[in-house]
Design a protein around this ligand. Sequence first.
Ligand code: FNR
Length: 385
Amino acid sequence: RDLSRVHSVAELADMARRRLPYFAWEYLSGGAQDELTLTDNLDGFSAYGLHARAMVPCHPPATARAVLGRVLPVPLLIGPTGYNGLLHRDADIHLARAATARGLPFCLSTAANTSLEALVAAVPEVNLWFQLYAMGDPRVQNDLLRRAAAVGSRTLLLTCDAMVLGNREWDRRNFAKPRQLAWRNTLDVLRHPRWLQQVMWPAGLPGMGNLEPYLPLNERNALGSMAFIGRQMDSLLDWDKLARLRDQWGERLLLKGVLHPADVERAIALGLDGVVVSNHGGRQLDGAPSSLAALAAVAPQARGRLSLLLDGGIRRGSDIVKALALGADAVLLGRATLYGVAVAGEAGAGRALDLLTQELVQTLNLMGCTHLSHLGRDNLWERRR
Ligand code: FNR
């Protein structure tokens, strides 16, 4: 299908749902437990309306913004998501190419299928950020940091909201007996031959590229690497360890998964460059506040003291406007570009980025806003309390 006829991220999501076997769709779209936070992330944006000023001449609005020392054409980047290979072979490379072609950063996950080195070899121009899951074995963690620096990554995101895994029932249902695909899944895969060809053929499910060097020989396969990362994630991560990481990592360091003003204060005290206000796309603590509500709560604390990024629930250009109006410097995309990559690789991810950018520009024009820096709380009104 001609992607220029796809007119929204919601439409891309719909196409992805039809294209993927159900267990892959659940992995992509699902949230933890009763999906309260997942739903609240989306509702958080619809709780606000936008004010418009009349008859401001419509020129292309100034959408460029400096984010952590680099000017981006729009304050947008592709955030870290693990195991994208379930959606498309080499999905990380497709995402990185789509972002790079538009002058936007791409953040690679610790749990990515593509290694740091392979990603940079495939997309040498990439503005690469790296997301770290704290590792129980300091040798593994130190080596990951060394490799990230060696390939030129200057921005590190430490994810702090996944010290234990959220209650994802679909995950336990679908991958409970990993060596044995449930019959339902086998039939489902056979009913999706395009996915089979796009993901599984001929090599099967991909391993986790970043962790491959540390895997025992008998675990060097997709399921082994999943088990390995489960064992490695540091459930004893604390502020002292973050302080040591601050000393160790000389480049930009952000904490991802922050929702409370007191935690922003601690991040500032440690000299972090920024925080990502995030509830992991509703996949960790079910009941955590929506990303936008948390942003509103922490923005006064953060203003001018460190960079404030947000992710969770961005599906429209107007969502970006609302996040910026509440004090975010930029937003990260999770599912929006993943829907695109599941549909059509790089072109699909690019379509998601272009749709969001077009909607951002159109929204600003309709509001009579000529410059991103003019956005503030005054531009918002509360649709419901
Ligand atoms: C994620 N997220 C995530 N975060 C992270 O720090 N490391 C990771 O490996 C992953 N993996 C991951 C996989 C998938 C399939 C999803 C959907 C999400 C969370 C991600 O970075 C981000 O916080 C959310 O995706 C943002 O919410 P939206 O944009 O998906 O609504």
